[in-house]
Write a protein that binds this ligand. Structure first.
Ligand SMILES: Nc1ncnc2c1ncn2[C@@H]1O[C@H](COP(=O)(O)OP(=O)(O)OP(=O)(O)O)[C@@H](O)[C@H]1O
Length: 930
């Protein structure tokens, strides 16, 4: 953390203190106070805080209370500091403003200059600083990149200035206007003294090292006015710059060669002597290193910078121009060939790489994906180039005439495009309009739902149901075929066969030619159901639902008729859905079915377990999680509840089943620290972080160190942990440990507004929002990956689909789907441009072009909900933080032999690696009891 303390006018009129955080997390007021207390431990505790706030920190009165107050903007008639502020339950990031701090409406008022003012008039302050300095100190949390920039401007802008005139009342004196107006500065006595003694006004630590970038022979040269030009040109020192010497060091210095550093990493190990112009080995102190920015319009200099940011240990400009032993004619060409820039022919490259696998069926799917997601500038050219490769399988068929082949290929591409909501004629691949096939003529939603194939095994599933499942099955099927309404909730602990039951229901209805829609709250859960889609995408439920949101499905649309035709709708993991989603869904069905009866009189089967994780509420507290749950929605009381109780997943291990139930219901005995004791047999003992993690890795992935590879093992063995950043760390560690040569793929980050590109480029590379793939993606042959976008849900490619990466080339990944209905289907995945989501509160919106995947040796506990795994390694670096998480993690396993926990002790001195907290909200348990 950096701390910048700035006194605008010297003490005691200290005006502004800003804590600058090196990440952009918001601090709560409490956390902020804690930092201040740690920084300045000698607070003046005797001063009465309330009196101090009243004396120094009340704004106004202004606005209608006193329109003449100095803060009032005359033209608009409002306070320029926007007082009184709104009350807020929690601190949040403001929109183009300081944060909106928590401001509670306590109802308390105080009299200030004859007016009653409440909490909304208090200026943000810190109790400690107020107590210590007994003066007005406005404190703001610096939580946004824009504020950070403002902060630097503020430090350097100097004194406040004023222009004033001195007027002489003697009318006889001639007025000299020029002389009369003076430019002056406000300097208070303390500041004057501060400056006279040359005390530091600002301090920055650590030092920032700015690394120069220039093209060959275009370095900046400084010289004295009267120097001879030949002397300057012939002086070898003049030519030396940080960059030329960086090259030189990489060529000649043993340490530099061994370290093989990027330009930006170099000052960490070497220090630049600007007088003697050389890099010497660094002895102490750390720096923050920044390569000066270049705007993309600068052309070659910009591409040179791009290369310097990614090429390790370059020895010369010529070295940077080399790609696979071949010299390029420009830095741009080199950047393109290294895949660091979206080149004009990247889609052609992608297709030709994929064509080399000779898999025409997958190639046609890739072509369709490129048309939809990558927006090629000339689709016809791409088609003409690869028509041959995409037709190979049709050519082998004796039954098709040569002239028919082109139409067959285009028809297949059209079918795929159709499943993605597009039509081949949009792209004008051939001059003629293509007659659409019967399949593509039918509305895509209806076509795909009707053509879901139900295997004989699935049709027979109902015969394998246990007693409870069968009762539920009979009630629901009866309702479906008697055309009566039914809104059910299937409740049951993890592993009691809720999904198994849905599958039996779906198979029965579909095998009779009726439509049954399978949906789930999360993408991962949806990918387990045959023909499953997320409820959001199936019913077009907006991500941000508020009271004013209206239905996005027109009554005349194909989707509306599909929903109307559906005999059965299944919605898994409804306990994870925000109650507003269900209210929206109810209104949607009522509207489409023209009735006021619950869920439009349809047979709807929800399922889930309220003892597992609840709806995610960003920055939410316990009450928010509870309030957003379906349990606290008026619909809950109207649902017919059906209970499943036999744990089918772990039925071979009844002791483990009992243990899971106690964890689920919060009934496991607590120790003196209010934690539960985990049985020793489930624990991986904690020694050092690294050593213990290695142990967990080898237990979870026993084939880790062997040269042989067992795909089955990586598909159904997973490490679960609480937070996304832990997941990333573990994935990064595991990819290095698995056998094989890793290949890294660097993304391309572009700001939405091109003017911001040079300014934010380096920052964007460091951002790792969960909705986007990592900037640097490291993959190995056969590693497990997870798709991050709905590329084609009808063909098993949804957000959350797990795949095995078979092979990779620069522009295309070859992979196989690892789970669900489409298991083992081969697919090509191209790099696609992905937009960051507004939801993630990033400093700037941007587009990242990268393969839309993440590694998935490890995943978050919440993502694993609904899955059955053969082995679960649970890593609790921090205890679970929300309701049901521990239970979800443990209950993914089929028996106690298939689960291991690694618990990091709460403090470095503690050796408690076997107890942890189990969060179970009583309010939820009570409400969920039927
Ligand atoms: N009647 C059954 N016969 C055989 N196996 C079954 C039966 N019911 C469930 N299973 C198996 O038990 C395991 C757990 O079932 P399932 O995933 O349907 O449970 P769930 O209640 O949906 O679990 P969770 O709440 O954790 O998502 C699966 O491997 C499933 O195949």
């Amino acid at each position: 953390m950096y701390t910048v303390v700035f006194q605008k006018r010297g003490l005691p009129h200290a005006h502004l203190l800003i804590i600058l955080l090196n990440d952009y997390k918001l601090l709560t007021t409490e956390a902020y106070d804690e930092i201040i207390r740690a920084e300045l431990p000698d607070a003046n505790a005797d001063l009465d805080l309330r009196k101090l706030v009243l004396k120094h920190m009340m704004h106004g009165p202004c606005g209608s209370l006193d329109p003449t107050n100095s803060c009032m903007r005359k033209k608009i008639g409002s306070c320029k500091f926007k007082y009184p502020k709104m009350f807020a339950d929690q601190t949040s990031k403001g929109n183009d403003s300081y944060p909106i701090y928590r401001r509670r409406n306590t109802g308390e008022v105080v009299k200030v200059r004859g007016h009653d003012l409440d909490n909304s008039w208090v200026v943000p302050y810190n109790p400690y600083l107020l107590g210590k300095f007994n003066c007005h100190i406005n404190v703001e949390v610096c939580s946004d990149i824009k504020v950070v920039k403002y902060l630097y401007k503020y430090i350097c802008k100097g004194h406040d200035k004023i222009v004033f005139s001195v007027q002489n009342n003697d009318a006889n004196i001639e007025i000299d206007e020029v002389n009369e107006y003076r430019s002056a500065r406000w300097v208070s006595p303390p500041e004057a003294v501060w400056r006279l003694f040359r005390f530091p006004i600002s301090k920055m630590s650590p030092n920032v090292c700015r690394l120069q970038v220039h093209l060959d022979g275009q370095q900046l040269v400084s010289f004295k006015k009267n120097m001879d030009i030949n002397t300057i040109v012939n002086n070898p020192m003049v030519k030396k710059t940080m960059l030329t010497e960086f090259f030189y060091m990489n060529k000649t210095n043993e340490n530099a060669m061994k370290l093989n550093l990027l330009y930006r990493e170099f000052p960490e190990y070497f220090v630049w002597s600007s007088s003697d112009k050389f890099w010497a080995l660094r002895q102490c102190r750390c720096t923050v290193d920044r390569v000066v920015t270049c705007h993309p319009t600068e052309g070659e200099r910009y591409y040179l910078r791009l290369l310097l940011m990614h090429v390790r240990g370059p020895t010369s400009y010529e070295d940077l121009l080399m790609v696979n032993g071949e010299p390029c004619s420009s830095f741009r060409e080199s950047v393109e060939k290294k895949g660091l820039l979206q080149c004009d022919n990247s889609l052609t490259e992608c297709m030709s790489e994929a064509a080399s696998y000779q898999m025409p069926y997958s190639l046609r799917r890739l072509f369709a994906t490129l048309l939809v997601h990558c927006n090629p500038t000339n689709p016809r050219e791409l088609w003409e180039q690869f028509e041959e490769s995409m037709s190979e399988d049709y050519k082998l068929l004796q039954t098709i005439e040569i002239k028919e082949i082109r139409y067959q290929v285009l028809n297949h591409i059209n079918d795929i495009l159709h499943s993605m909501g597009h039509n081949v004629n949009e792209y004008q691949l051939i001059p003629q309009t293509i007659r659409t096939s019967a399949a593509a003529k039918e509305a895509k939603e209806i076509h795909f739902e009707r053509t879901i194939t139900v295997s004989e095994d699935e049709v027979q599933l109902h015969k394998r149901l246990n007693k409870n499942q069968l009762t539920a099955y009979d009630v629901i099927i009866n309702r479906v075929f008697s055309n009566k309404a039914g809104a059910f909730f299937i409740d049951g602990p993890g592993g009691t066969g809720k999904i198994f039951l849905y599958r039996a229901l779906l198979a029965t209805v579909r095998s009779m030619g009726y439509i049954a829609l399978a949906t789930a709250t999360s993408g991962v859960a949806a990918s387990i159901l045959p023909g499953g889609r997320t409820a959001h995408s199936r019913f077009k439920i907006p991500i941000d639902i508020n009271e004013n949101v209206s239905c996005n499905i027109s009554k005349q649309s194909a989707l509306a008729s599909l929903i109307r035709d559906a005999k059965l709708i299944v919605w898994d993991e409804a306990s994870m859905a925000n109650k507003r989603m269900l209210e929206f869904f109810d209104l949607l069905l009522k509207d489409l079915m023209d009735t006021n009866i619950l869920f439009g009189r349809k047979v709807v089967v929800f399922g889930g377990d309220f003892r597992q994780t609840l709806p995610v509420v960003r920055n939410g507290k316990k009450e928010d999680f509870i309030n957003q749950s379906l349990l606290y929605c008026s619909i809950w009381a109207k649902l017919e509840k059906i209970q499943l109780c036999e744990n089918m997943r772990a039925k071979t291990d009844p002791t483990f089943c009992d243990y899971l139930l106690r964890i689920r219901n919060g009934q496991e005995r607590l120790n003196a620290t209010n934690n539960i004791e985990v049985p020793n047999s489930l624990i991986v003992s904690f020694t050092t972080e690294r050593e213990s993690l290695d142990k967990l890795f080898t237990i979870t992935y026993p084939y880790l160190n062997s040269s042989g590879y067992d795909a089955y093992c990586t598909d159904s063995h997973v490490i679960l942990t609480t937070k996304n950043n832990f997941v990333d760390e573990i994935n990064d560690m595991l990819i290095t440990q698995f056998p094989g040569k890793a290949r890294t793929f660097v993304g391309i980050d572009e700001t939405i507004e091109s003017d911001n590109q040079s300014q934010f480029e380096d920052l964007l590379h460091t951002l790792n929002p969960t909705s986007l793939p990592p900037y640097i993606l490291s993959l190995k042959k056969n590693c497990p990956i997870m798709l991050l976008r709905n590329l084609n849900p009808y063909e098993g490619l949804c957000n959350g689909t797990r795949l095995n990466c078979c092979e990779f080339k620069t522009h295309v990944l070859s992979a196989k789907i690892a789970t669900g209905d489409f298991k083992n289907t081969h697919v090509f995945i191209p790099r696609i441009p992905l937009l960051s989501s507004n939801d993630e509160k990033l400093p700037v919106q941007f587009k990242r072009t990268q393969f839309p995947v993440r590694l998935c040796y490890a995943m978050t506990i919440n993502k694993a909900q609904g899955q059955t795994l053969d082995f679960v390694g649970i890593y609790l670096r921090e205890p679970v933080f929300s309701h049901g998480q521990l239970y979800v993690a443990l209950s993914r396993a089929k028996s106690s032999n298939c689960v291991k926990l690694l618990i990091r002790p709460p403090t470095p001195t503690s050796d408690d690696d076997h107890s942890t907290c189990n969060i179970v909200y009583d309010e939820i348990i009570q409400k969920a009891i039927m």
